[in-house]
Design a protein around this ligand. Structure first.
Ligand code: FAD
Length: 645
């Protein structure tokens, strides 16, 4: 390691620590914590490998203001089956029926678990007594559709500390500031049973070997593929900097199967440092729903229902349209059929034709007081990144939601205009393919949360985490322990430590490599795909792998982890290019277009994996999960759902 007098941690780059458990969890975010808790409750020895500090790590670590698709809560008038059907319809079937059914069915159970751990899920102090969105019997607060009550407003900042305390109470071993870099497989063979992982400390450079009977991967999703800003790395993506898709890269190298990785959207939210921190500018999306939007003269821009009918007043924003059983709002934002058309969905040209004048503002002043208070007082204080930079900072500067308005920038809530080739993995993106155990095609490798295909949201992460924990524990009980293959461990150790020994003066940095990969992806994998372009893109990335990667260097373990992340971004980009090559026809729902489309009906799901560099694909019908209720019950005979409020 290049010595630096300022580096505050000991140099342990020559050391190796081995840790054994029954279940190894990679990623201590929402899914990882809930997986570890569930597996520990089944009597397993559990170790969690977390890249950052678990108490606030991941997308949900700093908070969360609403919990969606909770059809199983006692006030809901939507069944889990209806909820899943709506989510499938919304996406023309290109969605994960297994994981979202688990979300709809087990959400309430997980909220009760989190409450027992010390998280706050109800208005225990009666702060919102009498509000239309409060259920007086349970003290639960609801958002969006007040009639059907499937989305809860929650105090998400209290959840992660409660989960970490629960893990400690259950004796889960938490290994923090260590990044998992590779999956270890039986005999060191790709596609063989997953028996552990390798990792490295981002502080001391110590190398770790984790071995277990089963492994749960909960490292979230890829980012910074097309869009990166070296000047504003922290604002380069919606999700946190630590979530970069390394789990996907590890899985790909080990032979795991992925689907929908060809799906991307035009850059829209908190990307490339070009937009504001999430929910920091005026909008009426998620946290800010149902804020009014007004123009420069203070004239309100109306809301419309699903059928385009303008709503007469604020309270109609919480009711389904005539003939509509319920509507969804929140994470399900892509061409949603069940949502309201808020002013943010109207094209600017249309608003201009109607005489509205820029700039536009979010205006809470005309909302009923409880509605204003629940947005400005509670939700903005609980949401992922808004507690300090928005609620605290603006309040300190005198912002008063009864009097002041917050300016909107760019296109509605998206706050930033992007070119067609500036793409992003946002919304329900591709990821690991899973079966009814939430196991991947690699025996012993379970997946949870945002790493799964078509995943999104806190409730989905908590429920799939817990479910994967139960199933990985059962699997661990059924298989013998196998120790990692020495040669596989040694190969990985040499790979990850190599950049510390390279020439820093003449080496490339992680930021330069990230820029190069992103530029290549914009050039070769933009909005319109074509075989020639995609193949050229693969050649360019292969060139980077052969010529640039061996010349990258890192000064210390922190920079090393940043660099390993960008190697993984390069691998994920290759998965995306291969996935695009495999889809031969346009599929508007996936925002996938080809100039050389075969002109046939869009393919269903296409699963893709590599084995010794050879790409293997197979088509999977959209309804591959079968009857979800029947299958869920078949695979979860021991699991009893809580019913009491
Ligand atoms: C600003 C913001 C606001 C949001 N608001 C809401 C909301 O109000 N409601 C809602 O439902 N959803 C919301 N979401 C989404 C929700 O937070 C995520 O869907 C959820 O946290 C996903 O859980 P996860 O466990 O899969 O990933 P995360 O919670 O992100 O956890 C992944 C963990 O893996 C760790 N990790 C990554 N790579 C490695 C590695 N190689 N080795 C070891 N550890 C690794 C990370 O450090 C992290 O702790 C929001 C997201 C953001 C960013």
């Amino acid at each position: 390691m290049v010595s630096s007098s300022a580096w505050p941690y000991p140099d342990e780059t020559r050391e190796m620590e081995q840790i054994q458990a029954d279940v190894i969890v990679l990623g201590g975010g929402i899914a990882g914590c809930m997986a570890a808790i569930a597996a520990a409750k089944q009597g397993c020895r559990v170790a969690v490998v977390e890249k950052a500090g678990a108490v606030r790590s991941g997308a949900g670590g700093s908070g969360c203001d609403h919990w969606e698709q909770c059809a199983s809560n006692p006030c809901s008038s939507v069944s889990p089956e209806e909820m899943l059907q709506a989510m499938m319809d919304d996406n023309d079937g290109y969605n994960n029926p297994i994981s979202h059914y688990i979300e709809a069915r087990e959400g309430w159970d997980r909220l009760l678990d989190i409450e027992k751990m010390g998280g706050k899920i109800r208005d225990t102090e009666g702060e919102f007594q009498g509000a239309v969105f409060r259920d007086e019997k349970t003290g639960l607060l609801f958002a969006y559709d007040y009639k059907n009550r499937t989305t809860l407003r929650i105090w998400g900042t209290t959840f992660k500390p409660a989960m970490v305390a629960e893990m400690r109470r259950l004796g889960v071993r938490l290994i923090e500031h260590v990044t998992a870099t590779a999956l270890l497989t039986e005999g060191g063979r790709p596609g063989g049973r997953c028996i552990g992982a390798a990792g490295i400390s981002g502080r001391s450079g110590k190398f770790y070997v984790f071995s277990g009977r089963s492994v749960i991967l909960a490292t979230s999703r890829p980012a910074r593929i097309w869009l990166f800003s070296a000047a504003y790395p922290g604002l380069a993506e919606f999700r946190p900097l630590s979530c970069i898709g390394s789990g996907h890269a590890m899985g790909w190298r080990a032979g795991a199967e992925f689907t929908l990785m060809e799906k991307s959207v035009r850059g829209e939210f908190s990307a490339a440092g070009r937009s504001f921190p999430p929910y920091a500018a005026g909008n009426n999306h998620n946290t800010w729903y149902p804020a009014s939007l007004v123009d420069n003269r203070g004239v309100e821009i109306p809301y419309a229902d699903r059928d385009g009918n303008l709503l007469p007043d604020v309270m109609h924003r919480f009711q389904p349209a005539a003939g509509q059983k319920f509507f969804m709002k929140g994470g399900n934002i892509e061409q949603a059929k069940y949502a309201y058309d808020g002013p943010e969905t109207l094209p600017y040209q249309k608003l201009q034709e109607q005489g509205y004048q820029l700039p536009f503002y979010a205006d809470l002043s005309n909302l009923p007081p409880q509605e204003r208070k629940v947005i400005w007082g509670m939700m903005i204080g609980q949401e992922g990144k808004t507690r300090i930079p928005v609620l605290k900072d603006l309040t300190d500067r005198g912002f008063d939601p009864e009097k002041h308005v917050l300016q909107c920038y760019g296109v509605g809530w998206k706050s930033g205009d992007f070119l067609p080739q500036e793409r992003q993995l946002f919304g329900l993106v591709g990821g690991f393919m899973n079966d009814w155990h939430l196991m991947s095609n690699i025996p012993g490798l379970f997946v949870a949360g945002d790493a799964l295909f078509s995943s999104n949201c806190y409730g989905h992460a908590a429920t799939t985490g817990s479910y994967a924990g139960r199933h990985a524990a059962a699997y661990a009980r059924s298989v013998p322990e196998i120790l990692p293959e020495r040669s596989q461990v040694e190969k990985e150790r040499l790979r990850v430590l190599a950049p510390l020994a390279r020439d820093l003066e003449n080496g490339y940095t992680w930021k330069e490599l990230n820029h190069a990969v992103s530029k290549a992806m914009q050039n070769f994998c933009g909005e319109v795909k074509e075989d020639g372009l995609l193949l050229a893109g693969l050649e360019v990335l292969q060139g980077y792998e052969n010529e640039i990667v061996p010349r990258t260097a890192a000064a210390n373990p922190h920079e090393l982890v940043r660099l390993l992340e960008v190697y993984d971004i390069l691998t994920v980009s290759q998965i995306i290019l291969h996935s695009c090559l495999a889809r031969r026809n346009d599929c508007p729902k996936l925002e996938f277009y080809r100039s050389d489309s075969l002109g046939e009906a869009p393919e269903p799901l296409i699963a893709i994996r590599q084995e010794e560099g050879q790409i293997h694909t197979r088509q999977i019908p959209l309804d591959f999960a079968g009857d979800v209720k029947e299958n869920y019950e078949k695979y979860n005979t021991d699991y009893r759902q809580e019913v009491s409020p």
